[in-house]
Design a protein around this ligand. Structure first.
Ligand code: SF4
Length: 410
């Protein structure tokens, strides 16, 4: 297929496809799916080999959020029967992190619900990071606390954080339909604050909220422009008790096409299969590894994933290997860019410091909350009408690990 030959050639050079080519990936048929996966797989192997980076989530503070992100089980007014607890003590969080690292995770993601941190919250997270790094200085720490105020990113960087997560989640056009309590521009601002402070930017999206193909392409190009070093791709987990509980719009085939599009637009960027992997890719998860180079190990913030050992077995069986602590995730030239950005204090890697690109984060969009989103916008162009059957039997609320007496799944 000419399209795939073109995309493969561009991806192997590190070049970005056109918007039309990205849309065409989403429009491919099921008969073409394995060719799409194979083409994206060539690009993935060019930049990341057969390595799979494992990330481990620790939910520091769960539920009771004042924000109204409609995809999120922790949102204001959520009836989802998730765990609700306030800040874990540093030792409790460090215990959970240790379990993830022992299971093979290279990065620990410290997440707290809420619009954004107070300065006291930054102190708490500083103590938690110290407890984790005292035990293992090689652990990468990504923090996700929502919208950042001035100087908070600098404080986190000085305290040892390596990265900050704040997802854009969806296109600028539709953002106002999934969240009313903050804006897309707020999110971009926080990603830029984090990047400008020298933190690696982790910012991604949520698919399956009723968005159009154009929305998906818009947000993925925005993430590219923003200079996100890692792009988590969440597939909406429609929790009962949230506005998007009935939004079952994804099939495994659709998820693979979305992942492939994200890979082609971000050939040399970490692409992570995030929340919803087990729920929506199901038995097709190993094919996702041919496209993405990163996943979460074990459970998510408010929902349970498959057993950590099953993650490890899947990686091995599919012919991939877990990325070691001493191995660089990004290709050398991307690491150079990240270092240059940190040195210059510039918030973006593309288009100069004035370029705005939204970000992620919690102030709505902590990575894989496992939440839903209210009916997103009426799509500009109807997204593929997949109408996956309602599979709420696959959504398992997290009942173990952080905030419970039970051992973490790692
Ligand atoms: S995504 Fe973050 S900010 Fe939004 S409701 Fe959930 S926890 Fe709150």
């Amino acid at each position: 297929m000419d399209l795939l030959d073109t995309l493969t050639a561009k991806g192997l050079r590190g070049d970005v496809p056109t918007r039309e080519e990205a849309l065409a990936v989403l429009a491919t048929t099921d008969d073409e799916l394995l060719d799409v996966v194979a083409a994206a797989g060539k690009v993935r192997r060019r930049w990341f080999g057969r390595r799979v980076k494992l990330n481990y989530l620790v939910n520091l503070k769960s539920g009771l959020c004042p924000e109204d992100c409609s995809y999120c089980s922790q949102r204001l007014g959520s009836k989802a029967e998730i765990l609700k607890y306030t800040w874990l003590k540093p030792e409790q969080a460090a215990d959970a992190a240790r379990a993830g690292v022992a299971g093979g995770a290279k990065r620990v993601c410290l997440v707290a619900s809420g619009r954004g941190p107070t300065d006291r919250d930054i102190d708490r997270v500083t103590d938690t990071m110290a407890a984790i790094k005292d035990a293992d200085p090689a652990v990468e720490i990504c923090v996700c606390l929502g919208l950042l105020s001035d100087n908070q990113a600098e404080r986190l960087k000085a305290a040892g954080a390596d990265a900050y997560n704040h997802n854009l989640n969806t296109s600028e056009n539709t953002y106002g339909q999934i969240t009313k309590t903050h804006t897309y521009a707020d999110r971009v601002d926080t990603v830029q604050k984090a990047h400008g402070a020298g933190l690696s930017a982790c910012s991604g999206l949520i698919a399956g909220m009723g968005e159009s193909d154009e929305d998906l392409v818009d947000v993925v190009f925005a993430l590219r422009e923003l200079g996100s070093d890692s792009v988590p791709v969440n597939f909406l987990i429609p929790f009962e008790g949230t506005p998007l509980a009935k939004e079952w719009n994804l099939t495994p085939q659709r998820c693979l096409r979305i992942l492939a599009m994200v890979r082609f637009v971000n050939p040399d960027t970490e692409v992570r299969i995030a929340g919803g992997r087990e729920v929506h890719l199901r038995s097709m998860q190993p094919l996702g590894l041919h496209i993405a180079n990163s996943i979460f190990l074990g459970d998510y913030l408010t929902s349970e994933g498959q057993a950590g050992q099953t993650d490890l077995d899947m990686i091995k069986d599919a012919g991939f290997e877990v990325e070691g602590a001493g191995e660089a995730t990004l290709p050398r030239h991307r690491a150079d860019v990240a270092e240059a950005v940190a040195a210059s204090g510039c918030g973006t890697t593309a288009g100069g410091c004035g370029t705005a690109a939204p970000s992620c984060g919690s102030g709505g969009g902590c990575g894989p909350c496992g939440g839903h989103a209210e009916h997103a916008a009426a799509p500009a162009t109807p997204a593929e009408a997949t109408n996956d059957e309602l599979r709420d039997d696959l959504v398992k609320v997290r009942r173990r690990g952080a905030g419970t007496e039970l051992a973490p799944n790692a």
